[in-house]
Design a protein around this ligand. Structure first.
Ligand code: XMP
Length: 517
């Protein structure tokens, strides 16, 4: 792999994704990984990421100079560029000039391998306080900015290069090309990481792990569990059984999507557990958001466990135990829980986590090495429908946390109808890829006066919560076109009898969260 050494910026995972977009597999490793440990992973190249520290700070993470004598190609970005400069004998200065944001880069001379034939002046994204004032001996400076004379250097013979700016962000339009040139042209890494190679390798790895034994997988209706299940199904066929718990808190059409579309696309063996009444009973009288979440998590595990036990018993009678549980853990979860490749540190997912000891499954995590965009591409490659692969995020506790007040069957029906109209109209207006998601929230304990025809109404408001986001950690409210809003509002108030007012939430996150509960 290409190893991306994480100097504590939020950029390391983004760099890893960009590396993979050049069809080269990459992994993120902590900055305190010793050089011999890095070498043990047989890296095709190493990328040193940006980071918040100043190389002058007392506890600043350093680069071990020995790295540059190993012959492994190294690329430094921002802080990594400066740390590399120090380690190689160049000079980094604390100039007091902070360069932040969009900056014009000027290519020096012919631009070397990284910048050759790019426009002489082009925009790049900067974010740094210290600057490199002198490149290490033997390195060619290939670009600068007014505040940073040394903004890029390279030594193709030693296969070492670096840039002060952030090539990984979208604000640096030629950044991806620069990264590609480093990897393909300077480091000589061959582009082999493609969607079909991912599918092939993963299917082989699952066969290797599971052998001729059996597995179960909980489907949530979301992208991750669907793609994980589809991969395992491709590897072991009918020795996988999927369990889908219908807790009654789903949106219109979601159960059918799994029962019909997913099965049609994959041929997977599916058990659907109808637990609607069980969840309604457990939620009766509950209004506190945290309590709702706890109850749903608890009931979910109960139902899933029981289904797993039943399947285990059936399989046992046939002399075939189920040994594995499939989970859709993604690479960002693996990185965040501190686990590198092969590490056993597993973040428990509330929907299928916490299984009791007596079930004792081994875990199959076919998406452990993948980012979300790769998961979607794999899903398409496996023939899953767009409706599943490009599904927007939907919370595990479902519509229950979008009903402000007690959850009842009637209120769920009302919200489901309003939500369905909003989704239909957003899709019809071609807005699905512009928004991250658009929860519809029912203010079930609020009533307001309205008029419809000649009648006075006294109904409930719904809130539209359209948001734009990269990762759901922060979000902005989406400026939806007025005509789309108008159609949604007209249709909901006409078609959903209990709703007489449609409002829109114009709060960013923070301070608001995306969901209301
Ligand atoms: P908040 O409301 O925290 O939501 O801004 C951030 C993102 O997470 C989703 N979400 C959940 N997803 N289980 C999930 O699987 C949950 O309990 C849950 N709560 C919120 C939410 O839809 C948004 O995309």
């Amino acid at each position: 792999p290409v190893l991306v050494v994480d100097y504590g910026a939020q950029y390391a995972q983004l760099i890893a994704r960009r590396v993979r977009e050049t069809q080269v597999y990459s992994e993120v490793v902590p900055h305190d990984t010793p050089v011999d440990e890095l070498l043990r992973r047989d890296p095709a190249a190493i990328v040193l990421s940006g980071g918040p520290a100043s190389v002058y700070a007392e506890d600043a993470p350093q680069v071990d100079g020995a790295l540059f004598d190993t012959g492994v190609p190294v690329f430094g970005i921002c802080y990594g560029f400066q740390a590399m400069t120090s380690a190689l004998g160049g000079t980094v200065e604390h100039t007091g000039v902070r360069e932040y944001g969009r900056t014009e880069l000027s290519v020096t001379g012919r631009g070397g391998t990284l910048h050759e034939d790019l426009p002489v002046h082009h925009p790049v994204w900067m974010s740094h306080g210290d600057s490199v004032s002198k490149a290490p001996d033997g390195f060619t400076v290939t670009a600068g900015t007014p505040d940073t004379p040394v903004a890029a250097f390279e030594h193709p013979g030693r296969r070492i290069a670096g840039v002060q700016y952030h090539p990984e962000v979208a604000h640096t339009p030629h950044g991806q090309e620069v990264l590609r040139r480093f990897l393909h042209d300077i480091a000589g890494v061959r582009p082999q990481w493609t969607t079909s190679s991912i599918v092939g390798d993963t299917v082989a790895a699952i066969r290797e792990q599971v052998g001729d034994r059996r597995a179960i997988c909980g489907l949530s209706g979301g992208v991750d569990s669907a793609v994980a299940a589809a991969l395992v199904q491709r590897a072991i066929g009918d020795r996988l059984t999927c369990v889908f718990v219908d807790h009654g808190l789903l949106r219109a059409g979601e159960r059918a999507q799994v029962e019909r579309d997913f099965v049609a696309a994959t041929g997977v063996r599916l058990v659907v557990v109808d637990a609607v009444q069980q969840f309604l009973d457990a939620l009766a009288g509950v209004t506190d958001p945290e309590e709702k979440r706890k109850i749903i998590g608890r009931e979910f595990i109960r139902v899933f466990e029981q289904a797993a036990r039943d399947l285990q018993n059936e399989a046992g009678e046939a002399g075939e135990h189920i040994d594995f549980l499939v989970q859709g853990t993604l690479y960002p979860d693996v990185v965040e829980s501190g686990g590198g490749s092969g590490a056993a540190n597993i973040k428990s997912h509330h929907n299928v986590g916490g299984l009791p000891e007596d079930l004792q499954f081994g875990l199959v995590e076919p998406l452990r090495a993948l980012f979300k965009d790769e998961v979607r591409r794999v899903g398409l490659e496996l023939g899953l429908p767009e409706t599943i692969v490009h599904r927007q995020p939907f919370p595990g506790p479902g519509l229950a946390i979008r009903i402000i007040g007690e959850v009842t069957a009637q209120r769920l029906e009302t919200l489901r109808a309003a939500d369905s109209i909003a989704r239909e109209e957003l899709t019809a207006a071609g807005l699905d890829r512009d928004i991250w998601q658009c929860p519809v929230v029912l203010l079930a304990d609020v009533q307001s006066v309205g008029v419809q025809g000649d009648h006075r109404t006294y109904g409930h408001p719904v809130v539209l919560r359209p948001v734009s986001s990269e990762d759901a950690m922060t979000a902005d409210w989406t400026r939806l076109p007025y005509d789309a809003l108008e159609r949604i509002s007209t249709r909901i108030t006409n078609e959903v009898a209990e709703v007489n007012r449609v409002t829109i939430d114009v709060t960013s996150k923070p301070p608001g969260t995306i969901e209301w509960e």
